[in-house]
Design a protein around this ligand. Structure first.
Ligand code: UDP
Length: 492
């Protein structure tokens, strides 16, 4: 007979980094775990809680109806007073380096409420963001296993590990076009120096990554929003070469209970109109263009992108980030005639787009993406091939995975690792149109890319079905945590 302790559901505390690209997959992951009987708490600050509240509410609906209780709680802690204006609590709202530094200070100060939560509540495990490296010690203090979540692909994580361990960046010639190899990986991977985190230019970031890597290695294990069939060589590499424990539980976006409100409290009021516009277009004829929540484009870059969309001859939906400049600064002549309401070829969206609904619409046949990992995996799950335009963070590695390993995309030729506060070389409209044409056009290359993308989409959806690899990994993790609970209870 099960003891009283064994009957209690597992309780997992989720502690995401303060950015939509981390909060959204964590809310999805909580929905996935909750559906398997785990009690989940997500610890975050008020503005960040608003990003995931609708998704959490939807995930809780069935539990509320059947048991009257919720399976996922959001525990809200005040945003630390670090001198940021009220309401500025995450990456997309930052407009200067000074504010960015303040945000990083605030992240340190979240240590105290995280510590307090673990003192006052029992948790069987914490899924803590890798961007909180100190959480490994706080969790250890409370005897709680810390499972790290960076929100990246296993491929990118392994590349970053190789880069940090071997430091082939600094050893390469001091030339942005120098080719840097990443040794010890299952594939031969090389990038230009200008596409990587350069320890000379960004010593603080370099040291931060080192501390992340060290903390993640000391953790109980790591959880990935990915699935075995996507990057099997890297699952093996992680387990046998790096000797790190990992569970792959994605694509977590497929666990979302309402795709129209995922990641927002405020869906663009025009969302229905976009979907009706797509309904009127032939299958596979529309290229979807969106760059996540943190990437911004200069007027020159936007102008070239608009020219590229025009030159491509394809229909398009382009999500223009709210903070990007006003149309008079970038719109090339004739572009207004292409887009609704004046034209039929394109649609521009300001505000939050229902990305999962758009990517899964049959009219969409290609995705111009910055290769943020959530967007990349969402495209994989939808079977949509990609035109890759990485900007910074892990995005250049994700591009390598998409273009060279999986062969489900073509790059526009992005060369410069630069955050939204830095400049980069402008990519011409012809290059953008050329990459769209290779992915969506007639001919052998496009056919092969689309076939691979469709096959991967089937595998992605299968991973979360009963008996699928990610479904099994969730079960394996739950069993391990339950067994750990019993052994800890016996030891005491
Ligand atoms: N997203 C969305 N609608 C938008 C913009 C973004 O649904 O208008 C979602 C997208 O589906 C993804 C996340 O926001 O889940 C962005 O994460 P990603 O890792 O792609 O990029 P980041 O914003 O972290 O650079």
């Amino acid at each position: 007979m099960a003891t009283k302790d064994e009957q209690q559901p597992l309780h997992i505390l989720f502690f995401p980094f303060l950015a939509p690209g981390h909060l959204i997959p964590i809310a999805d992951m909580a929905a996935l775990f909750a559906a398997r009987g785990v009690r989940c708490t997500i610890l975050t600050t008020p503005v960040n809680a608003a990003v995931i509240r609708s998704a959490v509410e939807r995930a809780n609906d069935p539990f509320r109806r059947t048991t009257g209780a919720v399976a996922i709680d959001i525990a809200i802690v005040p945003f630390p007073d670090v001198g940021l204006p009220p309401g500025v609590e995450s990456g997309p709202a930052l407009s200067s380096q000074e504010d960015r530094d303040k945000l990083f200070l605030a992240l340190q100060e979240l240590r105290e409420p995280f510590d307090r939560f673990l003192s006052e509540n029992h948790a069987d495990a914490v899924v803590a963001d890798s961007f909180f490296p100190w959480s490994v010690d706080t969790a250890a203090k409370h005897g709680v296993p810390r499972i790290a979540f960076l929100g990246s692909s296993m491929f990118a994580r392994a590349c970053i590990d190789s880069m940090l361990r071997n430091n082939t960046v600094e050893a390469s010639p001091d030339d942005p076009d120098a080719i840097v190899s990443l040794p010890g990986l299952p594939h031969h991977v090389e990038l230009r120096r200008s596409q990587m985190t350069d320890p000379k230019k960004r010593p603080e970031q370099w040291n931060f990554f080192q501390s992340i890597n060290a903390a993640d290695q000391r953790s109980y294990g790591e959880v990935f929003n990915s699935f075995h069939e996507l990057e099997p060589d890297y699952v093996e590499h992680y387990r046998t070469t790096l000797v790190r424990r990992a569970w792959l539980v994605g694509p977590v976006a497929l666990a979302s209970k309402d795709l129209s409100v995922r990641g927002t409290s405020e869906l663009s009021p025009d969302a229905d109109r976009f979907l009706r516009w797509l309904d009127a277009k032939p299958d596979g004829s529309v290229v979807y263009v969106s760059f996540g929540t943190l990437s911004t484009f200069t007027p020159k870059e936007m102008r070239e992108l608009a020219r590229g969309l025009d030159l491509s001859g394809k229909n398009f939906v382009w999500v223009i980030n709210g903070s990007d400049t006003d149309a008079t600064e970038w719109m090339p002549e004739g572009f207004a005639e292409l887009i609704a309401p004046r034209g039929e070829r394109g649609l521009t969206i300001r505000g939050w787009a229902p990305q999962m609904l758009i990517l899964n619409h049959p009219a969409v046949g290609g995705f111009v993406t910055h290769c943020g990992w959530n967007s990349t995996l969402e495209a994989v799950a939808a079977g949509v091939p990609m035109v890759t335009w990485p900007r910074y963070a892990d995005q250049f590695y994700n591009e390598k995975l998409v273009v060279e390993v999986l062969k489900v995309g073509v790059g526009v030729g992005s060369m410069d690792y630069a955050s939204k506060l830095e400049n980069r070389r402008v990519i011409g409209g012809e290059a953008i149109a050329g990459a769209i044409g290779r992915v969506m056009g007639d001919g052998e290359e496009g056919d092969a890319i689309r076939k691979k993308a469709t096959e991967l989409g089937v595998k992605a959806r299968g991973a979360l079905e009963k008996g699928g690899s990610s479904c099994d990994d969730v079960g394996r993790l739950m069993d391990e945590l339950m067994a750990r609970r019993s052994s800890v209870t016996v030891d005491v």
